[in-house]
Ligand binder design. Structure first.
Ligand SMILES: *[C@@H]1O[C@H](CO)[C@@H](O)[C@H](O)[C@H]1NC(C)=O
Ligand SMILES: *[C@@H]1O[C@H](CO)[C@@H](O)[C@H](O)[C@H]1NC(C)=O
Ligand SMILES: *[C@@H]1O[C@H](CO)[C@@H](O)[C@H](O)[C@H]1NC(C)=O
Ligand SMILES: *[C@@H]1O[C@H](CO)[C@@H](O)[C@H](O)[C@H]1NC(C)=O
Length: 531
């Protein structure tokens, strides 16, 4: 296998007595292939919390050769967890000596790992061993001249029993001496060990120290039942930071359980996933495959396994799906503008990565051209671009379109803004009136249906006039900005009793026609509520 691609260039500089060494790793990740020739596979065990020693023979086969680089890998990962490079450094007199430079992946073993070369064989020393350190480790040794050597070490983590208790047949704890018992009497002792030692052999042995070889013993294999231990990983060949729309991804759920777990349940953002070939959701014993993912597949994934001791949910794995920009708004936005009027057109998109470049175009009766001249940009800010647009002739009315582009690609469907000549709003329709009581004061509520806003922001107003005198008694705006709903306190109308109401909409271009509500009479009872 081609392992010789790793290139290290050492640049040496000697400047007035100082020693410099610059190392350039052209292929710093190295590589591991299952087909590589293994020199040996060894088994190592370490007690939880103690130090594990993973051997790796770095002795060159000839005296003239020397080690160049040692790389440690975990499982089948491509990225090393530990690297030790040997440089030749020259001092001021031109004498060469060896210097070791080490690096350790802080997300894996971090400072707990150190490569010890004074021992024979050399070994990776891994301190404060944790449960999830258990697994397969590979050591790759590159020499200056001889071919690369690979070693495999299987590390098992031993969890010692924490406590040991012995009880007699009446359940009393035995500290040091049990008995005395009469000859011929049958007695029982029970031994309780706490810890997780599934598959180990528990042996009980009774011996008489006064007589050699006089002992009785019995043993059995422990069948320790425990609820599942569950780990979830994104497929090991995938790079979590480089997944985009349309890709296929898979997750692996690793389960250890006794008794065996029944089946695995997968969840996406809390909702249970079901197998669906047409939707590209495929489940096998321990993995979940998602084909041709979309951005709705992004989010938090878990797997859950259960046996009759309980059920366990894995820690959450977040799936990031990068995608080309899409418009935040699905509908066409209508923008009313008078000639020579500057309007702000804001284009907002969703995108991952969120660094987006924007392209604006103007389309008038099938003619398409890039926006320049009559427009000025107020700036782009990540996923937002704002254009200040000023129609200068009838030809400048039409569709403005905006498309974003990020590292994944160009926006497929543009955001569309229809720029139309702004006009006065249309009148309000279908006004209804009703009286209600609000905290013991009588209220008249008038509700209308809004008309077309003329392409601009509109507001709603109501005026109440006394029929007999024609005097304006109330001039109110709507209680809500979006809907023509008005509330008038009856007390403001009294003591007159006969009115007509006028409602209208108003925008920057002016007022709509009015809608009239005639013959509003306040009854006597209402007339007196004010007192
Ligand atoms: C499978 O996915 C398709 C397409 O998304 C959907 O229409 C269908 O309802 C799904 N079937 C089941 C059983 O969920
Ligand atoms: C330009 O507008 C016309 C009419 O509204 C439409 O049919 C055409 O698809 C648009 N062209 C582009 C490139 O958006
Ligand atoms: C006004 O009310 C009438 C009758 O209820 C209805 O037919 C009409 O569609 C309404 N107009 C609006 C603009 O809501
Ligand atoms: C009512 O108030 C609005 C807003 O202040 C004003 O424009 C309008 O002229 C007033 N109506 C009358 C009849 O004064």
């Amino acid at each position: 296998m081609a392992l010789g691609t790793l290139a290290e260039i050492a640049v040496r500089l000697v400047i007035s007595g100082y020693i410099f060494a610059v190392v350039v790793y052209v292929n710093a990740s190295g590589n591991w292939d299952k087909d590589d020739d293994l020199v040996s596979t060894s088994k190592v065990s370490a007690v939880l919390g103690r130090t594990a020693t993973l051997p790796c023979d770095i002795e060159p086969s000839t005296r003239e050769d020397r080690v160049y680089m040692v790389l440690w890998f975990r499982d089948y990962a491509v990225k090393p967890i530990y690297r030790q490079a040997y440089l030749t450094v020259f001092d001021v007199r031109g004498r060469a000596f060896n210097k070791a430079l080490n690096w350790s992946d802080s997300t894996a073993v971090g400072p707990r790992a150190y490569f010890v070369t004074v021992t024979k064989p050399a070994a990776l020393s891994l301190e404060a061993v944790q449960l999830d350190d258990e697994g397969v480790y590979r050591c790759r040794v590159d020499f200056k001249n001889s071919p690369t050597k690979n070693f495999q070490v299987n590390l098992t983590v031993i969890v010692p029993p924490h406590q040991l208790f012995i009880y007699d047949s009446s359940g009393v704890q035995v500290e040091s001496v049990a008995g005395p018992f009469r000859v011929g009497v049958e007695f029982g002792l029970s031994c309780e060990v706490r810890g997780d030692d599934h598959g180990k052999i528990l042996k009980c042995r009774g011996e008489n120290p006064a007589m050699t070889d006089a002992y009785l013993e019995d043993f059995f294999k422990l069948n320790v039942v425990f609820p599942p231990k569950v780990q979830l990983h994104l497929g090991s060949t995938l790079n979590a930071e480089n997944i985009k729309e349309g890709d296929d991804v898979y997750f692996e759920c690793k389960v250890r359980a006794n008794p065996e777990h029944h089946k695995i349940t997968w969840r996406h953002n809390g909702a249970v996933l079901t197998q669906n070939y047409s939707a590209g959701i495929i489940m096998s014993t321990q993995s979940l495959v998602l084909q041709g993912i979309g951005r709705d597949n992004a989010g938090n994934y878990t797997c859950l396994a259960s046996n009759d001791r309980g059920e366990t949910t894995s820690p959450i794995v977040n799936l990031r799906v990068q995608f080309a920009p899409v418009c935040t708004l699905k509908e066409v936005t209508i923008i009313g503008a008078s000639l020579e009027e500057s309007v702000k057109v804001r284009c907002e998109v969703d995108a991952d990565p969120s660094e987006v470049d924007f392209f604006w175009e103007f389309n008038n009766s099938g003619e398409n051209f890039e926006v320049t001249g009559q427009a000025r940009f107020d700036g782009n800010n990540g996923t937002m671009s704002e254009l200040v647009y000023t129609p200068q002739s009838e030809r400048d009315y039409g569709a403005l379109t905006c498309r974003g582009r990020n590292a994944i690609g160009k926006q497929e469907t543009p955001c569309i803004y229809q720029v139309i000549p702004a006009v006065k709003p249309n009148p309000l329709n279908n006004c209804t009136i009703k009286a209600s009581l609000n905290q013991s004061s009588e209220i008249l509520e008038v509700e209308c249906v809004p008309g077309y806003d003329g392409g601009l922001h509109q507001e709603f107003r109501l005026e109440a006039y006394e029929v007999l005198t024609g005097n304006l008694r109330v001039n109110a705006s709507s209680v809500s900005a979006d809907l023509p709903i008005f509330r008038i306190a009856v007390a403001d109308l009294l003591p007159a009793t006969h009115f007509y109401l006028v409602t209208y909409a108003v925008n920057a271009k002016g007022r709509s026609e009015v809608s009239l509500l005639e013959d509003i009479m306040l009854r006597d009872s209402e007339k007196h509520t004010g007192n």
